[in-house]
Design a protein around this ligand. Structure first.
Ligand SMILES: O=P(O)(O)OC[C@H]1O[C@H](OP(=O)(O)OP(=O)(O)O)[C@H](O)[C@@H]1O
Ligand code: HPA
Ligand SMILES: [Mg+2]
Length: 183
């Protein structure tokens, strides 16, 4: 259920709390199998990936480390600026590490294609990506993503970590933001 004062801000709920929970468990089973003999470092991309990271990490059975990076390209807008900035870098060194980037959404692909290259330049053993949502029709840059939760239409969505101007991140489901909120 949505809080009453927010209900009118969404045109519809796209992915429910239960669907997210079930899909993350499926992805966690794949990741457990793929990394059973490897030490994995989960890299969460602040702030949007906080919820995915927290729930995915708890669904995994393999031992793992967690680190965080903050990058931003949207600010208080529904359009990517196209320029990715590091707001907070990783604490961990990546040489020889198996890195799994955890993201909320791949929209234009600009953030993740930039981030993958940036992390690859630090000498890790591998870099893969797990994203809860992907918008295939919005892709400006192709990104090779190993684990995807849901493919969604090219609408601006909020909830489960995803914001508009820092709001709505705490919604339990993912919904389409009504255009009257941002137009
Ligand atoms: O594929 P792209 O078009 O690059 O968009 C995806 C990125 O944009 C959002 O982050 P944002 O810059 O809004 O920062 P936030 O996570 O703090 O909200 C989202 O969390 C992804 O990181
Ligand atoms: O649809 C979106 N919602 C929130 N943040 C985003 N960042 C890229 N795409 C989106
Ligand atoms: Mg954002």
């Amino acid at each position: 259920m949505l809080p009453e004062d927010i209900e009118g801000d969404l045109t519809k709920v796209l992915v429910t709390e239960e669907q997210i929970h079930d899909r993350l468990n499926e992805l966690a089973a794949q990741i457990d199998a793929d990394y059973h003999d490897k030490d994995v470092l989960l890299v969460g991309v602040l702030k949007g990936a906080v919820m995915v990271m927290a729930d995915l990490a708890r669904a995994l059975s393999i031992p793992l480390d967690m680190d965080w990076m903050a990058v931003s390209s949207y600010g208080a807008s529904t359009k990517s600026s196209g320029v990715v900035r590091i707001l907070k870098d990783l604490d961990a060194a990546l040489e020889g590490r198996h890195v799994l980037i955890v993201e909320d959404v791949i929209d234009s692909g600009v953030t993740l294609s930039w981030l993958r290259e940036n992390l690859l330049s630090r000498g890790p053993a591998s870099v893969e990506i797990c994203a809860l949502l992907r918008k295939p029709d919005a892709a400006k840059v192709e990104v090779d993503v190993k684990y995807v939760g849901f493919e969604i239409p090219n609408d601006f969505v909020v909830g489960y970590g995803l914001d508009f101007a820092e709001k709505y991140r705490n919604l339990r489901s993912v919904g389409i933001l009504a255009p009257h909120v941002y137009e």
